[in-house]
Design a protein around this ligand. Structure first.
Ligand SMILES: *[C@@H]1O[C@H](CO)[C@@H](O)[C@H](O)[C@H]1NC(C)=O
Ligand SMILES: *[C@@H]1O[C@H](CO)[C@@H](O)[C@H](O)[C@H]1NC(C)=O
Ligand SMILES: *[C@@H]1O[C@H](CO)[C@@H](O)[C@H](O)[C@H]1NC(C)=O
Ligand SMILES: *[C@@H]1O[C@H](CO)[C@@H](O)[C@H](O)[C@H]1NC(C)=O
Length: 413
């Protein structure tokens, strides 16, 4: 978390002594929170061992087996989350730079539907929310409102996108005093289209210092955990209502249907396509065979396999959560959304890609009780993966705001 301070040049150093002192205090409290958490995490690990008895190569820990199994809450630390969330609700303020023509790719969302709806919702929600302030002196963070998804819609090339972003941000740096105080560390931008991740590369400080909220948070391609934020990808609107309390209808062990556009998907389809208990099919289910057949499979399945595609992320994860099917994450290097708040092991299976070869035995090793507990956890977190306009408490927008709130204190001017 403290990595950002390294980029502050010495001429601003004296201004930052107070900030550094604050940072140290915060780091200490962060570590004490961590140490509060670690018994919980140990406990969680213990519980997931009870749920998943498949062999792991971590060789975990016989001493933990005597620890009590915690009650099923999907949060690492519900008390800390709730009190800190309440503080955010009452204090957090964001200034949105007013520049840029709203009819091109600034300020307003392209649309609230489709695969990149999370970007559109954020752009709209921030203005509808109480976090928006017109007074930059009140602001904890500064939002750079440029939408790569909208640029994409206007057919702008990747090279030109990079130039447009660079010119726009350099304009803000010249015109306003805020960027130079922290060299962008209290600034953030939001992009769901993966092209956006690269479009910001024209200005290195945007990558090194600013907080990037992105749908493809892969930490082997430039995403910086603890500084950047994982935005959940959510295909909108959902075609059918949310699932829950319907385990009796979940008779299919595991389900996946999609395109084989990544190595892991090719392997998944190759190994399991003819299996009689896993419903793995190598093509997207055709619309011709019936209305919403794809979505209805999520209601009938216990586990929904979510392998990475061209990026680590996939809208299938949010679909699974919505329809009440326990997601099985098969995507290495994925910084999962909200994972510092939510304990994914309570509502998902997070496997390594190489586990694909043992997929069936891993799923079969989970007892009915273990599955019911994961399903219950899933219903508990559904609200965090939904978008609304205007936004409602604890929805995806508020969770992103909370992640930003956790980061705003690292550098406070
Ligand atoms: C990129 O920008 C240049 C200069 O504005 C323009 O001439 C060119 O057509 C643009 N290319 C694309 C693919 O948008
Ligand atoms: C911020 O710093 C840059 C580089 O030193 C400078 O060009 C720019 O004018 C400064 N902005 C303001 C508003 O002073
Ligand atoms: C199970 O499926 C049937 C048939 O589709 C449906 O009528 C029923 O409501 C479902 N049960 C639950 C608990 O969702
Ligand atoms: C699955 O079945 C099809 C049709 O019988 C066959 O062509 C294919 O090789 C089988 N795949 C595997 C992995 O056995």
């Amino acid at each position: 978390m403290s990595g950002k301070t390294a980029f502050i040049p010495s001429y601003t150093f004296h201004r930052c002594i107070f900030a550094s002192a604050t940072l140290i205090i915060l780091s200490l409290s962060f570590f004490s929170i961590r140490s509060l958490r670690s018994p919980l995490q140990a406990q969680n690990q213990c519980q997931s061992n009870l749920l998943v008895t498949a062999p792991t190569d971590d060789g975990i820990l016989s001493t933990e087996e005597s620890m009590p199994v915690s009650s099923s809450t999907a949060y690492h630390s519900p008390e800390i989350f709730h009190s800190s969330y309440a503080e955010m609700e009452s204090k957090f303020k964001v200034y949105i730079y007013p520049d840029g023509d709203p009819n091109t790719y600034y300020q307003t969302p392209r649309k609230l539907t489709g695969k990149y709806a999370s970007e559109g919702y954020f752009f709209q929600n921030i203005r509808e929310s109480r976090f928006h302030t017109e007074d930059p002196n009140q602001a904890d963070l500064f939002f750079i409102p440029i939408s790569c998804h909208k640029m994409r819609g206007k057919g702008i090339s990747y090279d030109n996108m990079t130039i447009i972003v660079q010119n726009y941000v350099e304009g803000l740096i010249r015109k306003y005093p805020y960027w130079n105080r922290t060299l962008g560390a209290d600034h953030f931008l939001v992009t769901c289209h993966d092209v956006g991740v690269r479009a910001f590369e024209g200005l290195p400080l945007l990558i090194k210092n600013s907080i990037r909220v992105v749908c493809s948070p892969s930490y082997n391609v430039g995403f910086i955990p603890h500084k950047d934020v994982a935005l959940p990808q959510v295909l909108q609107p959902f075609a059918l209502p949310s699932g829950g309390n319907d385990v009796v209808n979940r008779t299919i062990l595991g389900f996946w249907a999609g395109h084989r556009n990544s190595k892991i998907r090719v392997i998944l389809a190759h190994i399991w396509e003819n299996d009689t208990e896993l419903a793995i099919s190598n093509n997207r289910i055709s619309r011709a065979i019936g209305e919403l057949v794809y979505q209805k499979q999520f209601y009938k399945s216990k586990f929904c396999i979510c392998p990475g595609g061209s990026q680590v992320n996939s809208a299938r994860i949010a679909d699974s959560i919505h329809y009440g099917c326990v997601p099985v994450i098969l995507s290495d290097y994925y910084d999962l959304p909200f994972q510092d708040i939510l304990d994914w092991r309570k509502f998902a299976l997070v496997l390594k890609e190489k586990d694909v070869y043992q997929l069936k035995s891993i799923l079969m090793s989970i007892s009915e009780e273990g599955f019911v507990s994961l399903h219950k956890g899933l219903v508990e977190v559904q609200k965090h993966f939904e978008w609304h306009s205007p936004p409602v408490p604890f929805d995806a927008f508020h969770m992103i705001m909370y992640e930003l709130w956790l980061r705003h204190r690292v550098i406070k001017y």
